[in-house]
Design a protein around this ligand. Sequence first.
Ligand code: SIN
Length: 301
Amino acid sequence: MTSLHAPAASSAAASAASSATIPLFTPLDGIIGAETDRLDLSRPLDDATVDAVRTAFRDHHLLVIRNQSLDKERMYRFAELFGPIEGHMIRLADGSKWDAVHTITNLDAAGNPVAKPFISSNYFWHTDKSFLREPSLLTMLQAVELPPNGGDTQFADMTAAYDALPEATRRRIDGLKSVQSLEFMRRYTGSAPPTEDDIAAAPPIAHPLVRTHPETGRKSLYIGMYSSHIEGMPEEEGRALLEELLEHATQDRFVHTHRWRHGDLVFWDNRCLLHRATANYEMGKHRRVLMRVVVKGSVPE
Ligand code: SIN
């Protein structure tokens, strides 16, 4: 336990978690996710509340905490309750690298909205850093500036998608490995190719196509924009299988669309969800700024 867990916060919000009758989180409409407006993350949380948040995260995989306004330090501290914070290898145009708590923005250096996303790959279905040996466990976003409409983030439930596959497909894919590649992703999404250093730091790696969640024991599809091909399968056949699975897994029935509100802090489980940004707002006109921090995960099994 870190100092954040120290007994604290006598506020009604913090002690709400220990109430036996009122659950802290309410499930969102649809297949995944839960929300609460009964937490104030600017203050330390007591142990019971931390446990309630962790349990809700395990059960719902996508949590929305309303009405927050955290600075970088507090956001880092809250994210750290779920594991070590991930560093970043993304280089910005000026050669600098993202901080652990960084910004997703459509603003240029002068603070003006730009018409085209800086990081276009965020608009393709993915699970964060699946090209690493130890891909991201959890990603957390906090709304800073929002367009008047749109700018949503979508999530797709890979456990439900796996469960809904025909038995014959499940038998076909169980035990297969897909190769996750940064270089493939950059081509697939029309992004700038990675440097030799980037590739050397994260060469292509094979992960299970069907991943077992370490906490729930449930199986889910582990696919997305980094999935290049299937190990040991002819390339075209593997690509066709990956595209077929992605199409199946991102049907509306498996997808939740998060429509951002001011004050939202949202985080999700990359081990069993895909996500993507949606360009359903006037990008060159309206500002969209989110703070982001990522918790490091373990080797998928
Ligand atoms: C992300 O892919 O981490 C960001 C998604 C978003 O901007 O909505």
